[in-house]
Every structure is written in structure tokens, then in C-alpha cells.
Design a protein around this ligand. Structure first.
Ligand code: TNX
Length: 523
């Protein structure tokens, strides 16, 4: 069945009543909370209708409030009947209720209206992340804010920023000033680089927080560190050129890495910091300390992927020391799953699994280590959740090393079915956008949308239930297109989806749709 509501992600439960509530300028919003202002802004943007606020409860007014216990963490109840009310279990829940309300707005013959509906909703996973790689190509503050707007509207709640890699360093660090002076101007293909000053970074963090997204900064170590060596050559080893790197460089016509010079290719696995130099750990500690000062969220990501140029024993030693430093500086370390090779990785470290939906034995064992050490896992299965994979083999943007990932493939997997660990060890998912092929922010949007919407449903919605299937999703996702168009989002109109969706009558009344009760909430 196609859920007769234009919602993505699918709510945990919804009952659709008869008739619709027209939305007009005479409608009032009670109060001036951040959620009320966000609602008025979004409605104005989407419909041109300017709602106003009132201090007193009056018939037909929109009530927005937080009531602890009304819904689980990040959950909400939305009721559109005689009156319109959103009750969040917390501030985040209220924000998500507002996002749902905005998606419910539809227009017919110039009249905007909302369906009469009772929605009780809460997320399946606490971790619903997206990642933006600002190293291979750099995206400025305004672009990152757009990314936050569009992903938080899909109920994503973590933004991982990949801030350092071979091609460039992207964050001001006062104690090591040459990082931005000498290593930030470069990017892949010789394109323009850039970096965030501390104030700009704080602006991003605050903008995300206002939309209930936690920013996770990543400094990728001990590999992916060529750019560090452009600024401070004594911190890194000579590049290690593996066969795959050399043949890929030839095929793509890209240069090979030369120590101390900016690297403009995409090859991976050639760089490493010096593992046995104490100065390396002074550097790591200083950088982490400055990042901690900028980071209200609980996590610092220290990388750990594809350190092919670092001998295994050295890599493990580094993983143990670097994760310990993050803990000493007061945050929870996050690392790509390879760091699970280290027996003594800091307790509580969160692993980010980026292998396939069917893991290799090594990757599965590395991921399991985080759980053995009292940590948990984020699943970024590359053949489903990687936003930089091509939609089709001949798609102009993206890579194919993990898979060709069409929208249906991004939609059709279960994060708890990937690794052999208890379900409770899976925090949720993250969908990374690596930026080798995205030279502009418009390119980023082509790869991210609509797949980020498919993955948002994987992360938010119950795995089972009426409407939680590809056919229903296909119908509902089309309803996001008008909003994306209105906001200028350069989404890919994948032919898997009927973007005109003529068969769906959003106004159709008298359909009850509900999935089983959400834990802890009476219906
Ligand atoms: C692998 S996934 C990488 C990145 C690349 C990406 C391209 C991961 C942890 N490392 O360095 O950008 O593939 O898809």
C-alpha cells in the first residue's frame, strides 16, 4: 500500500482522518519559541503564506510545545483535527514534528492545506548521520548551512565533517599555524581549496545545533595525512606508492604524491605520520585540544582508514595512543573500523564500519572489537550508504568501487543485519559524501538527493510495518520534489521514481494507517 501521506521518512504511526485543514494567513502560531519561528519561516518559504504569532490560545491556533514523557527521545505527536498541535518529547522532537508538518503541506488550485491526521512518531536509531568531505573539494560556510538545512529536514541529527586529508587541511589550528597557511589552498584536480576559521566553524556548529544536529569533526590519522607534511614535513613519512595507486594515477592521468608538495590526485594509502616520534603526539594532542574547544558535541573522529603506508604494528600503536588522547581531552573517540585491529583501543571508542553489507571476515572482526571494548558502531555500509557511488554505471558523477547504488539499493537494507553484534551495539547509520568527483556544491546535491532521503527512512522509520517498503517510498519521495525545487536543491530526478506521481491522491480521506505501538508511548 502507498501511504497516503507525503512523508519521508515514514512516521512510526499515522491515522489519516477525513477532510483537510486549509492554511491561510489568518492562522496563528502560539508563542515565539525557536520551533515556532522555524515553522513560520518554513511555511513562508514553501507557500508564501506568512503566519503570525499570538500569545493567547485561540481556536484554530497552532500549538507547539515540549512535554517530557509525551514521546520518546526525539519523538513527537502531531495532531491536525479541529486544532493543530505538535507536542515534542523534547526540543528535538518538536523540531522533527515541525519538519513533518511542513512536508504535509500540499497545494491544489492555489489553496494550501493539511490533511487531518494523528501522527505519533519517534526514531528507530539515535544516530542518523551524514558526512561531508570538505577536503577533496572545499565547501564554504553557506554551502554547509544548505547541507544542514536539507538533511536536518529529513531528520538527520549528526553532521560529520571530514576536515583533513591528503589534498588539504580545512580548519584553523592556532598552535600549528602552517596547516592553514601552507596546506589549505589546495584541493583535488588543482581546484580551489579553503578552510574554516574558528569563528566560521563555530558558526557552522551553532547553525547545526539550532537544527538539532551534532557536528563531529574528523582529523584523519595516521594515513590521509599528506597535507600535514606540506606544512610540517618532519611529521610525516615519505609517500609509499602501492601498485594500485600507481596504476590508478596512470589511468586517471593524475600526479603521484611528492613529499612537501600539494597532492592533487585521489589515490589513497600513501601517506602516514611518523609513529615513533613524540612530536607526532604533541601535534595530535594540540589539534585535538583545539578541536575539543570548538566542539560542544561528545565526539572527535580521528580517522584510521586506509593507512596502507603504515606498518600494522605501528598503526595499532597509533590507534591506541590517539584514542587515549581523545579520552584524556574529554571526548568520545570515533574511528573508521580499521582501528579495531588494535587490541588496546580506548574503551568506549565508537567504530564506523564502512565495509560492504556482506562484510569480509577481517572487517567484521575489526568492527566487533569496538563492541568488545565497550563501544558501539555506526554503520556506513559502502554498497548501500555511500552517497558518492554512482546511481548508474554511466552517471557523470561519483565512483563505483563499492557498488552502483541506485535509490532502491540505498533504501533496501537493514543496518542491524550487517554485522554479527547485538542490535543494541548499533547506534544507527551514517551516509558519507566523499567529494573526489564533486567539484561544486550543485554536484554534491546531485549525489546526495534523493538517496539521503532513502537512507533517512532506513535510519528513522521502523524496519517493518505498513508503508515501509520501496513501492510506498517511491510514491512518497516524489512529494519532496516540489519543496526541493522551491529551495533550488539540485536533486537527481532518478527514473526509478515517478516524479509526477499521478496515481497518488494526497487528499484521499478515510484511510487508517498505523503500525504497531512505538515503545513506551501509548497510542
Ligand atoms: C574510501 S571510506 C575512503 C575515502 C574515499 C572513499 C571514496 C573511507 C573511510 N575512506 O578516502 O574518499 O573511499 O569512495
Amino acid at each position: 500500500m502507498v501511504l497516503p501521506l507525503p512523508l519521508v521518512p515514514l512516521p512510526a504511526s499515522a491515522i489519516v482522518g477525513e477532510g483537510r485543514m486549509p492554511v491561510t494567513e489568518s492562522m496563528r502560531v502560539i508563542g515565539d519559541s525557536p520551533a515556532a519561528i522555524q515553522l513560520m519561516d518554513a511555511v513562508a518559504h514553501r507557500t508564501g503564506i506568512r503566519l503570525t504569532t499570538t500569545d493567547v490560545a485561540e481556536p484554530g491556533a497552532i500549538t507547539l510545545r515540549v512535554e517530557s514523557g509525551a514521546a520518546p527521545t526525539e519523538g513527537y505527536r502531531l495532531s491536525i483535527g479541529e486544532n493543530l498541535q505538535i507536542v515534542g518529547g523534547d526540543e528535538a522532537g518538536l523540531f522533527y514534528g515541525v519538519q513533518t508538518l511542513v512536508q504535509l503541506l500540499t497545494e491544489e488550485s492555489g489553496v494550501w492545506s493539511l490533511p487531518r491526521v494523528e501522527i505519533v512518531d519517534a526514531p528507530r536509531f539515535p544516530r542518523r548521520g551524514v558526512m561531508l568531505d570538505v577536503t577533496r573539494h572545499f565547501f564554504d560556510v553557506a554551502e554547509v548551512k544548505r547541507f544542514i538545512d536539507e538533511t536536518s529536514a529529513l531528520k538527520y541529527n549528526h553532521l560529520h565533517l571530514h576536515l583533513s586529508d591528503d589534498q588539504g587541511w580545512r580548519i584553523q589550528i592556532d598552535s600549528w599555524p602552517k596547516l592553514t597557511e601552507l596546506s589549505s589552498a589546495s584541493a583535488a584536480d588543482g581546484d580551489r581549496g579553503g578552510f574554516y576559521t574558528k569563528d566560521e566553524y563555530r558558526e557552522i556548529v551553532a547553525y547545526a545545533a539550532a537544527r538539532h544536529m551534532i557536528v563531529i569533526p574528523e582529523i584523519d590519522l595516521p594515513g590521509h595525512t599528506h597535507a600535514i607534511g606540506v606544512a610540517y614535513p618532519d611529521l610525516v613519512e615519505e609517500p609509499v606508492l602501492n601498485d594500485a595507486l600507481v596504476s590508478q594515477a596512470k589511468e586517471l592521468g593524475q600526479p603521484l604524491p611528492v613529499k612537501g608538495e600539494p597532492y592533487l590526485g585521489w589515490g589513497v594509502g600513501h601517506s602516514s605520520v611518523r609513529i615513533h616520534e613524540e612530536r607526532t603526539y604533541e601535534f595530535v594532542r594540540d589539534v585535538i585540544r583545539e578541536l575539543v574547544e570548538l566542539t560542544p558535541g561528545p565526539y572527535i573522529h580521528i580517522g584510521g582508514d586506509e593507512s596502507l603506508g603504515t606498518p600494522q604494528a605501528d598503526f595499532d600503536l597509533f590507534a591506541e595512543r590517539a584514542t587515549a588522547i581523545v579520552v584524556e581531552e574529554g571526548k568520545i573517540p570515533v574511528a573508521w573500523h580499521e582501528m579495531g585491529s588494535a587490541a588496546g583501543i580506548a574503551e568506549g571508542t565508537v567504530g564506523q564500519y564502512w565495509g560492504m553489507t556482506t562484510p569480509s571476515e577481517t572487517h567484521a572482526a575489526e568492527a566487533a572489537r569496538f563492541v568488545e571494548r565497550g563501544g558501539a558502531l555506526i554503520v556506513s555500509a559502502a554498497d548501500a550508504a555511500y552517497l558518492d557511488m554512482k546511481y548508474t554505471p554511466d552517471f557523470p558523477l561519483g565512483l563505483t568501487w563499492a557498488a552502483v547504488v541506485d535509490v532502491q539499493r540505498a533504501y533496501s537494507w537493514d543496518p542491524v543485519a550487517v554485522l554479527d553484534v547485538p542490535d543494541s551495539a548499533i547506534l544507527g547509520i551514517e551516509a558519507p559524501l566523499w567529494s573526489e568527483t564533486t567539484r561544486t556544491y550543485a554536484d554534491v546535491e546531485q549525489l546526495v538527493f534523493p538517496r539521503a532521503a532513502a537512507l533517512a527512512e532506513v535510519a528513522w522509520s521502523p524496519q517493518e510495518g505498513e508503508g515501509r517498503d520501496w513501492e510506498s517510498f517511491r510514491g512518497r519521495i516524489a512529494s519532496l520534489a516540489p519543496g526541493w525545487r522551491a529551495r533550488g536543491v539540485n536533486f537527481h530526478a532518478s527514473p526509478e521514481i515517478d516524479w509526477a506521481s499521478p496515481e497518488i491522491d494526497w487528499a484521499s480521506p478515510e484511510i487508517d494507517w498505523a503500525s504497531p505501538e512505538i515503545d513506551g508511548v501509548e497510542q
